[in-house]
Design a protein around this ligand. Structure first.
Ligand SMILES: Cc1cc2nc3c(=O)[nH]c(=O)nc-3n(C[C@H](O)[C@H](O)[C@H](O)COP(=O)(O)OP(=O)(O)OC[C@H]3O[C@@H](n4cnc5c(N)ncnc54)[C@H](O)[C@@H]3O)c2cc1C
Length: 508
């Protein structure tokens, strides 16, 4: 942590969410000789930096941390769905004649959305996978290591096996082993005494970055522009939001990991006009349903985190119905510790006997779905204002109907739905926005970066985050975007080594 702005670093990272933290971690592990600085526009809200806000035991203090993450403008309650710790686009989220993404959200704080997330880390399957990326499975393994992913966090939960048994009987026929119903991989650690620790960027940074004397993290620091000269990145211009002073920081490599909206925004503000910039924006349509489990035996007292702050009662855990091309939905089934709808008077269900189902759909990707930037109007940070162009296609509507049928099948297999019909959430509710700086195998105008996340045509500039994901993904994307960041970070480690060797060889 620092308030000193370095004049020069080897690598400048924009954004301290899980993907920016991945670059800091991998470079600290592989190249402790490099100087690395992370600039984060939001404030520090947790200790250690980047920890999940659920690590704040006191409710009021946690609410303050969430509020501090909600951007520079006071959130206006206009009825749109908004999650604590996030803020919405004030305007430009729904244009005339389009569906828009009304609840498209961001977080501004050390740790980014990774301080507020649910920690579900499923692996992509079938068409969700990035087909042209070498070593994709090993990269996903490494991402799971960095995020601290566990597949058995709530395995001893009494209803977990029953929930999965019922879902498996409904969905598992004809599925390969790895796409069968299973427990959701979660970036969570449960200690012997029941203490639950949710991973944030702190876990990704790890001691490797925290103890690295050449690594600096500067909060309240807005990167206004990446400086590009003669097709090469030479550094960044940073505004200190505590005193509005401006600083030039020279850098050999710049990584922009500023979320799926603000990464293309910063590239645009830096003069980059690649045809695919901001395009192929895709959000996952999301359906929810709640069910009372049929015929479950009431169990002993529910296990809760001894500090009383856990959001998950360990009754049924979190279960996963993986995406397949045949059933192209990502299903997530979570225990709810309270009913989401009023029950009959005197009807008090066992905690954990009500489960919430969330079904996510992959988007029918179109280049017309895009975020655009205004050269004259600015947002609350003084960056180019955004507009979202977004329309669900006929294919999307058909998929939503099929998802309705699928979630109802799951509900019927588990018990009695509390509502007759599942609910479709407002666009953006998924919090998973992808594609805006997407990766591609070739510079053919349909992508923004290569397999090492290098921006086409600009040496020394990389992008990170869910915006890099090129495929229509229905599952939670963070594990995948961290995997893509691992590939990019390793490439920097190799490239700077090569450059240094070449330099030394030239000197004889
Ligand atoms: C409530 C909630 C639940 C979620 N659940 C899940 C889940 O279960 N599984 C899953 O996979 N995903 C989930 N997500 C999404 C997940 O949090 C994101 O995928 C993940 O955080 C993306 O990481 P990132 O590093 O790319 O971006 P972010 O975490 O968004 O971080 C980007 C950072 O960049 C900073 N920044 C932006 N512009 C600038 C600038 N110009 N200068 C300096 N800094 C800048 C921002 O302030 C921010 O801190 C959830 C999100 C929320 C809010």
């Amino acid at each position: 942590m620092s308030r000193e702005f370095p004049a020069q670093v080897d690598v400048a990272i924009v954004g301290s969410g899980p993907t920016g933290a991945t670059y800091a971690r991998i470079l600290s592990e592989l190249r402790p000789d490099l100087t690395v600085a992370t600039f984060e526009v939001g404030p520090l809200v947790t200790d250690p930096p980047g920890a999940h806000v659920k690590s704040i035991v006191d409710r009021d203090a946690r609410a303050v941390a969430q509020h501090l993450s909600e951007g520079p403008a006071d959130p206006e309650d206009d009825g749109r769905l908004r999650r604590a710790g996030t803020f919405l686009l004030p305007s430009g989220y729904q244009l005339d004649g389009e569906d828009g993404i009304p609840s498209v959200a961001m977080s501004s704080n050390v740790g980014g959305m990774g301080a507020h997330w649910t920690c579900a880390c499923p692996r992509p399957g079938d068409s969700e996978r990035v087909p042209f990326l070498p070593g994709f499975d090993e990269l996903l393994d490494e991402a799971a290591r960095l995020l601290g992913v566990s597949t058995d966090a709530f395995d001893d939960a009494p209803f977990a096996h029953e929930v999965r048994r019922r879902l498996a009987a409904e969905f598992d026929d004809d599925r390969p082993a790895e796409r069968r119903v299973q427990s959701m991989p979660l970036a969570v650690r449960v200690s012997q005494d029941g203490t639950v620790t949710w991973s944030g960027s702190d876990v990704v940074f790890g001691d490797a970055a925290r103890d690295n004397p050449r690594f600096t993290l500067i909060p309240d620091a807005l990167v206004r522009r990446v400086v590009i000269e003669g097709g090469r990145t030479t550094g960044v211009v940073v505004v200190d939001r505590t005193d509005h002073s401006e600083h030039d920081v020279a850098a050999s490599e710049v990584v922009v990991a500023a979320d799926a909206l603000r990464t293309p925004q910063l590239l645009w503000a830096s003069g980059i006009r690649l045809p695919a910039l901001g395009r192929h924006l895709n959000d996952q349509s999301q359906l929810i349903h709640a069910v009372r489990l049929r015929d479950v035996e009431s169990t002993a007292e529910s296990q809760v985190d001894p500090r009383g702050r856990t959001a998950v009662v360990q009754q049924s855990g979190v279960s996963w119905v993986p995406y397949t091309d045949a059933e192209p939905f990502h299903g997530q089934v979570m225990q709810l510790d309270a009913s989401p709808v009023p029950l009959a008077p005197g009807d008090v269900p066992e905690p954990g006997s009500i489960v919430g189902l969330g079904w996510f759909c992959a988007k029918d990707i179109s280049a017309e779905d895009r975020v655009t930037f205004d050269d004259t109007a600015t947002d609350a940070y003084g960056m180019p204002a955004m507009q979202v162009h977004y329309t669900l296609t006929d294919v999307d509507h058909e998929l939503l109907e099929a998802a309705q049928a699928s979630i109802k099948r799951a509900a019927a297999a588990l018990g009695e739905p509390l509502d007759a019909e599942p609910r479709t959430l407002a666009g953006g509710a998924s919090l998973h926005y992808q594609g805006t700086v997407r990766m591609g195998p070739a510079d053919d105008s349909t992508s923004v970066c290569d397999v090492s996340s290098r921006v086409w045509g600009v040496d020394g500039l990389r992008v990170a985050g869910n915006g890099v994901i090129p495929t229509p993904m229905a599952c939670n994307p963070t594990l995948t975007s961290v995997a893509l960041a691992v590939a990019g970070a390793r490439h920097i480690a190799d490239t700077l080594a090569t450059a240094q060797r070449t330099h030394e060889e030239a000197r004889g």
